[in-house]
Design a protein around this ligand. Structure first.
Ligand SMILES: [Zn+2]
Length: 372
């Protein structure tokens, strides 16, 4: 397996499923894991083995699929959690510990030393059983900087191969992310992983800022689903790396729309039409100026080709459409109109579009063309 500069560690099946109102069944989990694996996602966080029998069974099933992706289970720093991961057949565990004083007060009575003690015991327990260990600092972004570094360096010393920097409540901006992650990266030799939440709509920007600061592993979820406002979306991270950073990931982007639809169906929440990369409007052109431009040369109003993510360009007739677009759509249906006729069809299109508050289907458009 090629080792790419940036590793994508998708957590749709863990953090993604933690989204309020989302619950995948085992068939859906298998389908999502299989598709993510087949497009070349490097690593999958597939659930929380300690969550109970049913969750453990589905993790076991995925672990037995023979996927190429590395598989990760999410654990607290409890030996019973780690044992549950082992029982599922996992060889790689993520151990999460709270690192901010807010979290430590709520979980460990405010005792920082307890965090370190529990983490050491958990890493040793996992290491003794031959597991690869990734460690996550919950609420890293609000942690005392020196304690965060102490946890991360201790994890490294005790044998963890990676430290996950979590902006658990999504309060960073790209500049603060860059500063905090740079500091960590410069003091660690192990990989730093980004885990950004989208409470201010900055998960994606902060993820990229973290990469610029030297993080080389990234958590994503399909469609950006996850706790509260969600996580950095897989499809956006992969496409931004490809086009804005020229960083290859080896991921087959042509199936990004397919996986987005699969996850949308499994969550029972459709993606918004204007959702970046995979939304229905991403390659839809309705306004006269844009449609005219795209008909001349798609590059005028498209940042990349729709085929690149498995979409197709759509010319939509609606309130903002102009003559060129109308003529071109009608031409595709073998209809040519004169100047006066096209103006009256255009007026009718605009009227109907305002009335129905949407664009017109091709059939509706053809109905507006005078019979000849
Ligand atoms: Zn999270």
């Amino acid at each position: 397996m090629t080792n790419y500069a940036i590793q994508i560690n998708d957590t749709t099946l863990r953090d993604g499923e933690q989204a309020a109102g989302v619950a995948f069944n085992v068939e859906e989990k298998i389908a999502i894991a299989t598709l993510l694996d087949s497009i070349g996602v490097h690593e999958l966080e597939i659930g929380i083995p300690a969550m109970g029998q049913e969750e453990a069974e589905s993790i076991k099933t995925i672990a037995n699929l023979g996927l190429n992706a590395k598989l990760l289970g999410w654990n607290r720093a409890n030996l019973s959690d780690i044992q549950a991961s082992i029982d599922c057949g996992l060889e790689r565990v993520h151990i999460s510990v709270p690192v901010s004083d807010i979290q430590i007060a709520a979980k460990f009575g405010g005792k920082r030393q307890v965090v370190l003690d529990k983490l050491r015991d958990a890493i040793n327990f996992a290491g003794d059983r031959g597991l690869s260990v990734s460690v996550g600092g919950e609420d890293s972004s609000r942690a005392d900087e020196s304690f965060l570094l102490e946890v991360a360096q201790s994890a490294q010393e005790w044998g963890a191969f990676r430290f996950r920097f979590c902006d658990t409540v999504g309060i960073l901006n790209p500049a603060t992310t860059y500063n905090q992650v740079s500091h960590l990266v410069s003091h660690l030799s192990i990989v730093v992983e980004m885990h950004m939440h989208d409470d201010f709509g900055l998960a994606m920007a902060n993820t990229l800022a973290g990469i610029e600061a030297g993080a080389t592993s990234v958590n994503t979820t399909v469609n950006g689903i996850g706790e509260r406002a969600g996580n950095a979306p897989l499809e956006e991270v992969v496409m931004a790396l490809k086009y804005l950073y020229s960083v290859p990931t080896g991921i087959n982007t042509k199936r990004l729309v397919e996986i987005s639809r699969l996850v949308a169906k499994a969550t029972n929440y459709p993606v918004l039409p204007w959702k970046a990369i995979v939304g229905e409007n991403t390659f839809a052109h309705e306004s006269g100026i844009h449609a005219h431009g795209v008909l001349q040369n798609p590059v005028t109003y498209e940042p990349f080709a729709p085929e690149d993510v498995g979409w197709e360009r759509r010319l939509v007739v609606g309130k903002h459409s102009g003559r060129h677009l109308l003529l071109s759509v009608l031409q595709q249906h073998g209809i040519t109109l004169g100047q006066t006729e096209i103006q009256s069809v255009l007026d009718a299109v605009r009227h109907q579009s305002v009335k129905t508050k949407r664009s017109l289907t091709v059939e509706e458009l053809l109905d507006l063309v005078p019979q000849r």
